[in-house]
Design a protein around this ligand. Structure first.
Ligand code: CFM
Length: 471
C-alpha cells in the first residue's frame, strides 16, 4: 500500500491519505495524496494564510507600490521582510511596511475612517509613490469595512494615484494558495488593460511567476535582453504596478511558477488570446529547454542556441566541479509545492543528487501529478507535512541536505543536518545557469561545513585544545 501511516500519526490516521511512497512500476493515478484540503485537526500545519499568499508572495514584491495592510499590526510584520526580493530601485519594497494598526475601538466602531487617514498619510509621507495595494485581513473583513469605497474616495480626491484592493482575509481558503488565486483574478479583471505599454521590440512577452528571489528575475532578464525579447511585465519580480496593467499587450505569457500565477496566464489567454508557455527556470537542462521553447515561438532559434552555448561554456565546468562532489547526495525538499517538481529532476540530471523526501505546504493535485511523475521511486511525497512527520521521515530516509524554510531549518540544524533555505535562498540567485551553480555551491558548502560536526561534539570531560586554552 503506497499511502503511508507514520508512527507519529497513529492518533490521526487520516494523515496517511496525505503521505505517499512511490513504488516502482505502480500506476500513480490511483495514489495521489490528498492536497489543497483543510488541515486535519491535530496536525501542526506549517501553512500560511490566504492574506499572506496575496501580500507576501505576490503584491509585496512590486518595487513602486505601497502595501497598505488594513488590520492589526501583526499582519504587517509577519508578512514583511521574511522573503528576499530585491529591486533595482534601492529595495523600496523591503524597506517599509504599512499598516492601519487596528485597535479594539476601530473593530467596534468601524475602521474605514482609519483606513482613509492611513492611505492619505502614506501618500503624503512618500510623495514620489503614486500606487498602492490595500489588503483586508481577518478582522476588517469580519466587520465589513468597505475598502473599495474608501479607495474610490481617495482616488477621486487624488487623481494622480491608483489603488488596487485585495479582499482576501486569512480565513478565505485552506492555505496561502487562495491568496494567489484571488490576487490573480482581481488584478486581471480590474487593472489589466488600463495602461498601454511602449513596445520597443518585435518580440514581446510577460514573464509570470518569478519573484526576483535574491535577483532571479534580474539574472534572467540578461538572457531576454541578449535575445532581443522585450518583457512587458514581470508578475511580479522587480515589477511595477503600471507594467502589470499593460500585460494584455504581450505576444506570449511565459510561466515559471504555475501554482501561484497560472491563473492570470489562463485569463490572459481567455480574455486576450495570448498563448501560455510553461517553463522551468532552475537547472541547466530545464533552462536550456525553456529558452529553446521561447525562441522557437518567436522563430529566433539561432539566437537561443548561441546564448545556451555561451552560458554552458561559462558555467558548465563549475557545475561539473560540484557535480563530482555532490553525486549521490540524498536531499529533501520541504517548501510550498512547485519547487518540488521544478527541482527534483534538475538536481538529479545536473548534479546527480537524489531527492528522497518532499513535502508541499499548499500544492494542488496538478503539483503532485508533476512531482510524482518527475520524482524517483523510494521517495516520500507529503502534503501539508508537520514537524513530527519530518523527524520520522529523516530517520527513514536519512537526507544529507534539506532545502526548507528558516523555521524548519533551525530544527534540522539541531539534528546537525545541513540545511539550505529553499524559499529565500542562502546566496542566490538560483535560477538560470549561473544561479544553478550558486545552488550547487550552497548545497556543497552546507554539506562540507566542518562546523556541523563541531557543533555535534560534546567536549565535557574531554581534553581539547579549547579546554586547555581556557584552563
Ligand atoms: Fe511559487 Fe514562489 Fe513556490 Fe509560491 Fe511560496 Fe516562494 Fe515557495 Mo516560499 S510563488 S509557489 S507561495 S515558487 S514563498 S517564491 S518559495 S512557498 S515553492
Amino acid at each position: 500500500m503506497p499511502m503511508v501511516l507514520l508512527e507519529c500519526d497513529k492518533v490521526i490516521p487520516e494523515r496517511s491519505k496525505h503521505i505517499y511512497l512511490k513504488v516502482e512500476g505502480e500506476d500513480q493515478r490511483d495514489f495521489l495524496p490528498i492536497s489543497n484540503a483543510a488541515t486535519i485537526p491535530g496536525t501542526l500545519s506549517e501553512r500560511g494564510c490566504a492574506f499572506c499568499g496575496a501580500k507576501l508572495v505576490i503584491g509585496g514584491v512590486l518595487k513602486d507600490t505601497i502595501q497598505m495592510i488594513h488590520g492589526p499590526i501583526g499582519c504587517a510584520y509577519d508578512t514583511w521582510h521574511t522573503k528576499r526580493y530585491p529591486t533595482d530601485n534601492g529595495h523600496f519594497n523591503m524597506k517599509y511596511v504599512w499598516s492601519t494598526d487596528m485597535k479594539e475601538s476601530h473593530i467596534v466602531f468601524g475602521g474605514e475612517k482609519r483606513l482613509e487617514k492611513s492611505i492619505n498619510e502614506a501618500f503624503d509621507e512618500m510623495p514620489d509613490i503614486k500606487r498602492m495595494f490595500v489588503y483586508t485581513t481577518c478582522p476588517t473583513a469580519l466587520i465589513g469595512d468597505d475598502i473599495k469605497a474608501v479607495a474610490k474616495k481617495v482616488m477621486s480626491e487624488r487623481p494622480d494615484v491608483d489603488i488596487f484592493c485585495c479582499e482576501c482575509p486569512g480565513f478565505a481558503g485552506v492555505s496561502q494558495s487562495k491568496g494567489h488565486h484571488v490576487l490573480n483574478i482581481n488584478w486581471i479583471n480590474e487593472k489589466v488593460g488600463t495602461v498601454e505599454p511602449e513596445i520597443t521590440s518585435e518580440y514581446t512577452m510577460n514573464f509570470i511567476g518569478d519573484f526576483n528571489i535574491q535577483g532571479d528575475t534580474q539574472l534572467l532578464d540578461q538572457y531576454w535582453k541578449r535575445l532581443g525579447i522585450q518583457v512587458v511585465a514581470h508578475f511580479t519580480g522587480n515589477g511595477t504596478y503600471d507594467d502589470l496593467r499593460a500585460m494584455h499587450k504581450a505576444q506570449l505569457n511565459v510561466v515559471n511558477c504555475a501554482r501561484s500565477s497560472g491563473y492570470i496566464a489562463n485569463e490572459l489567454k481567455k480574455q486576450y488570446g495570448i498563448p501560455r508557455l510553461d517553463i522551468d527556470s532552475w537547472g541547466f537542462s530545464y533552462m536550456a529547454e525553456g529558452i529553446r521553447k521561447i525562441c522557437s515561438f518567436f522563430g529566433i532559434e539561432e539566437r537561443g542556441e548561441k546564448l545556451i552555448a555561451e552560458e554552458y561554456a561559462k558555467w558548465k565546468p563549475q557545475l561539473d566541479w560540484y557535480k563530482e562532489r555532490l553525486q549521490g547526495t540524498k536531499m529533501a525538499i520541504w517548501t510550498g509545492g512547485p519547487r518540488l517538481w521544478h527541482w527534483t529532476k534538475s538536481v538529479e540530471d545536473d548534479l546527480g543528487v537524489q531527492v528522497v523526501a518532499m513535502s508541499s505546504k499548499f500544492g494542488h493535485q496538478e503539483d503532485f501529478e508533476k512531482v510524482i511523475a518527475r520524482g524517483g521511486a523510494g521517495t516520500y511525497y507529503i502534503d501539508d507535512g508537520n514537524e513530527l512527520e519530518f523527524f520520522e521521515i529523516i530517520d527513514l530516509v536519512k537526507p544529507e541536505v534539506i532545502f526548507t524554510g528558516p523555521r524548519v531549518g533551525e530544527l534540522v540544524k539541531k539534528l546537525h543536518i545541513p540545511y539550505v533555505n529553499g524559499h529565500g535562498y542562502h546566496n542566490g540567485p538560483y535560477m538560470g545557469f549561473e544561479g544553478f551553480v550558486n545552488l550547487a555551491r550552497d548545497m556543497y558548502n552546507a554539506k562540507a561545513n566542518p562546523l556541523l560536526k563541531l557543533a555535534a561534539t560534546d567536549i565535557r570531560g574531554a581534553k581539547s585544545a579549547l579546554k586547555e586554552a581556557a584552563e
